[in-house]
Design a protein around this ligand. Structure first.
Ligand code: TXA
Ligand code: MG
Length: 310
C-alpha cells in the first residue's frame, strides 16, 4: 500500500515536470504526459516516432473534468453511464476554450477521450490538475506493450519512469467510437460492438478501414511484430513459428499457444506478448491458425490483418 502511494507520487513528479512516463491501463500500457502542455505532448510524439498528424487519446478520471474540454451529447451520456471506466474511447467535439494542446489533436476540432479502469492509473489521474494524453506505449506501427518489461524493451533508457501495474487484464486496445454524428466505430477493440448497440438501442456504423490515405485510427500498417505474419494458416512452412488456439496432439518446438481450448478472451490477453516472444526467440516468420471472427475474436483478427501488411 505504502509503495503504491510512493509510486504514484513519483509518477506525478515526473508528469508535473513535463516528462513522459508509462502507465498501466486495463487494455495496454500508455505513454502518458500532460495533455495541456505543448512541451509534454511533443515529447510523446518524439519518443514514439509518431507522425504529427495521428492524434492522441486523452484520459480523464471523470466526466466533470471532461466538460472543461468537450461538448457532450445524449449518446455519450448513455455509453458513459454503462461502460466507463472501461475499454471504450469516445470522439467528441472539442470546446474552443479547452486547454488541450494543439499537438494532441493536430489542430482538429475533435478529441478522443477515455476513462481508464486500472486502479493505479485512476488514482494517478485523480491526483493531477490536468488530463493525460497517452497513446499505446510502443514505437509507432509496432506491437503495444502489455507489461512493464515490454515498455522497457520498446524505449530502453529513453523512458524516465514506468508505473508498474502488472500485466494488462485485457491486452488489446480500446474500441473507438465517433459520437459527433451517427455513432460510428473507427477501431475494433476490447469492447464488443453489440454491447454498444444494446445500450444505444440502435445500430452503429462501422468504418474501421477508411479509403482516405491517412485517417486517424485507421493506419494500414500497425501492431506489427516486425517480421512477416500470415493469417488463416492450416500448417506452418519450414522455419515458421505457428500460433495456435486449439491444442494439437503432437508437440513441436515452433508451436505457440494463445489458448489451448479456443478461449478468445485468453487469446486476446496473450496475443501481443506471444508475438513479442516469437520475435525474441529468433523466428523470422509467423503463421497464425484461423481465429473465430466473433466477439473479441474480431479485434484479434483486425490486429493480425494489419500486422500482416508488413
Ligand atoms: O486502449 C487504448 O486505447 C490505449 C490506452 C493507452 O488507452 N491507447 C491507444 O492509443 O491505443 P493509440 O494512440 O495507440 O491509438 C489511438 C487511436 C489512433 O489510431 C488515433 O489515430 C485515433 O485513436 N484517434 C485519436 N484521436 C482521434 C480523433 N480525434 N479522431 C479519430 N481518431 C482519433
Ligand atoms: Mg497504438
Amino acid at each position: 500500500m505504502k509503495s503504491i502511494q510512493s509510486n504514484i507520487k513519483k509518477a506525478k513528479k515526473y508528469l508535473d515536470k513535463n516528462q513522459c512516463i508509462a502507465v498501466p491501463t486495463e487494455t495496454v500500457y500508455g505513454l502518458a504526459a500532460n495533455a495541456y502542455s505543448n512541451v509534454s505532448v511533443k515529447r510523446i510524439f518524439k519518443l514514439k516516432k509518431r507522425p504529427a498528424n495521428n492524434p492522441l487519446i486523452v484520459h480523464y478520471s471523470d466526466i466533470n473534468k471532461l466538460k472543461n474540454d468537450c461538448y457532450i451529447n445524449d449518446d455519450f451520456i448513455k455509453l458513459y453511464r454503462k461502460l466507463s471506466p472501461g475499454p471504450i474511447t469516445f470522439i467528441l467535439k472539442l470546446k474552443k476554450v479547452s486547454k488541450i494542446s494543439k499537438f494532441v489533436t493536430n489542430k482538429q476540432n475533435t478529441l478522443a477521450v477515455r476513462f481508464p479502469k486500472h486502479p493505479l492509473f485512476k488514482r494517478l489521474l485523480k491526483s493531477l490538475k490536468y488530463p493525460l494524453a497517452a497513446p499505446s506505449a510502443n514505437m509507432s506501427t509496432r506491437l503495444s506493450s502489455v507489461k512493464a518489461s515490454d515498455v522497457i524493451e520498446e524505449f530502453g533508457s529513453k523512458i524516465k519512469y514506468v508505473l508498474d501495474g502488472g500485466k494488462c487484464l485485457i491486452g488489446l486496445e480500446s474500441t473507438i467510437i465517433n459520437l459527433l454524428k451517427k455513432p460510428t466505430i473507427l477501431r475494433f477493440g476490447a469492447l464488443d460492438v453489440s454491447k454498444i448497440e444494446k445500450i444505444l438501442k440502435k445500430r452503429v456504423l462501422i468504418k474501421t478501414n477508411s479509403k482516405k490515405k491517412i485517417a486517424p485510427g485507421q493506419f494500414p500498417l500497425h501492431y506489427s511484430p516486425g517480421i512477416p505474419l500470415r493469417t488463416n494458416a492450416k500448417k506452418p512452412k519450414k522455419n515458421e513459428a505457428f500460433v495456435l488456439v486449439k491444442k494439437r496432439k503432437s508437440t513441436m518446438k515452433n508451436y505457440y499457444y494463445l489458448s489451448k481450448n479456443n478461449n478468445l478472451q485468453q487469446s486476446a490477453k496473450n496475443l501481443y506478448s506471444l508475438l513479442r516472444k516469437i520475435k525474441n526467440d529468433g523466428y523470422k516468420m509467423i503463421a497464425v491458425e484461423k481465429i473465430q471472427n466473433k466477439g473479441i475474436g474480431k479485434t484479434i483478427n483486425d490486429r493480425l490483418n494489419r500486422a500482416s501488411k508488413y
